[in-house]
Design a protein around this ligand. Structure first.
Ligand code: NAD
Length: 361
């Protein structure tokens, strides 16, 4: 492989991938395309350029921005409107065209060049209603998935790839990503585009521009550091909702393996996440944030459930583990600490970029 394109490469996942792959593979030409739509992505530009990465300002929605690129050997599609709240205000065009038309434009580029595509999909492809209907158990700090369930593809280890896909909505974000997965399968089987689909749970780590609707663990630490109030939204307002989380460096390790062996990975669709052992409820996250930052912030309970929210999501990664010996290496505390250490290196610029109130001294 000579030239790798990372779309959305100035974002959280894309920039970490670009910088680390460029460092590990000096002969690889890493190229990033990004529109700098996400607030804070501009902070990554000096870092990317310092790593010798060519940054192209372009919009994934515009095929012209892609066809003018030189021949590409592999693409990692990291550009997205990744918020589960996107489109609920009626502004549906941006998520649909970025997540779906953008994926189509990447598939066309991959077809032009015979390139391998690594598609970053999401756990949000799994429909919401059956997740809301799961039997849960409740401990002092969190929800757990009960052992007995009425549907297939779910167990205390999490949601697996054979969870029923047919019933109900999944948010505009999830729907556009799922539609892109379906399109990708056509390109893979009939149009000669080798591709792998990673259905990621929550990814976290340094350089994440966390906000309330995307990047919740980063958002939680930032609020503690800058001493801003938080809310426990939905499911009784107790902060017992749970997500698994994966360190971005663990994801980089997996994507690197995939890029190095396209033949092995072509045609696979796998859940990728920290799993039950690397999961946190909001309450548990609060405890770690207090310990790390030394700050305690006001947290207001809001009992109403936010649109598209689920009480628990854990990636059951046993299919992936059967395919490969990759395993997540970092635990929740390490993930949050790495993120916080990064915040401390650049707190003023991060606050400014994310329009967070500066800490009161
Ligand atoms: N971070 C997570 O927890 C998570 C979880 C599951 C899946 N994913 C997926 O991983 C990928 C990367 O997510 P992320 O967390 O790095 O998001 P991010 O928002 O940090 O990065 C996305 C990047 O895409 C760029 N972008 C957005 N619209 C664009 C457009 N129209 N044209 C060009 N660039 C555009 C943004 O400016 C940003 O730099 C996404 O596909 C997302 O759906 C992320």
């Amino acid at each position: 492989m000579r030239r790798l394109l990372i779309t959305g490469g100035a974002g959280f996942v894309g920039s970490n991938l670009a910088v680390q792959l460029a460092k590990r593979h000096p002969d690889l030409e890493v190229m990033v395309l990004d529109s700098l739509y996400r607030r804070g992505s501009e902070l990554n530009l000096p870092r990317l350029q310092g790593a010798g990465i060519e940054v192209v300002r372009g919009d994934i929605r515009n095929p012209e921005d892609l066809v003018r690129l030189p021949k590409i050997d592999a693409i990692v599609e990291c550009s997205a409107e990744p918020s589960v709240m996107s489109g609920v205000d009626g502004d549906t065009g941006f998520p649909v065209h970025t997540n779906l038309t953008g994926a189509y434009n990447c598939l066309e580029l991959a077809r032009r060049d015979g390139a391998f595509l690594v598609f970053l999909s999401t756990s949000r492809v799994y429909p919401i209603e059956p997740q809301l209907a799961l039997d849960l158990e409740e401990s002092e700090t969190r929800f757990e998935i009960a052992a007995e369930q009425a549907v297939t593809g779910v167990s205390p280890a999490g949601i697996a790839e054979d969870f029923p896909m047919g019933s109900g909505h999944r948010s505009l974000y999830g729907a556009t990503k799922f539609a892109a997965e379906i399109l990708l399968e056509e390109y893979r089987s009939d149009l000669g585009v080798p591709a792998v689909v990673n259905r990621c749970g929550v990814i976290a780590g340094p350089w994440q521009m966390g906000k309330v609707d995307q990047g919740v663990f980063a958002h939680w630490i930032l609020a503690h550091h800058y001493r801003n109030p938080l809310t426990y939204i939905g499911f009784g307002g107790l902060g017992k909702q749970v997500r698994d989380l994966l360190h971005v460096d663990d994801l980089v390790d997996l994507v690197e393996r995939q890029l190095l062996d396209p033949t092995l990975w072509d045609g696979r669709t796998v859940n990728v996440g920290g799993g039950r052992d690397c999961s946190l409820s909001l309450r548990e996250t609060t405890e770690i944030c207090r310990r790390l930052t030394g700050n305690e912030v006001e947290i207001t309970p809001v009992p109403e459930i936010r649109q598209g929210d689920v009480p628990i999501y854990i990636s059951d990664c046993r299919k992936l583990f059967g395919d490969d010996d990759w395993r997540p290496q970092r635990d929740p505390e390490t993930i949050l600490r790495d993120f916080y250490d990064w915040v401390l290196t650049d707190e003023d610029r991060i606050a400014q970029a994310l329009e967070i109130k500066a800490p009161a001294s």
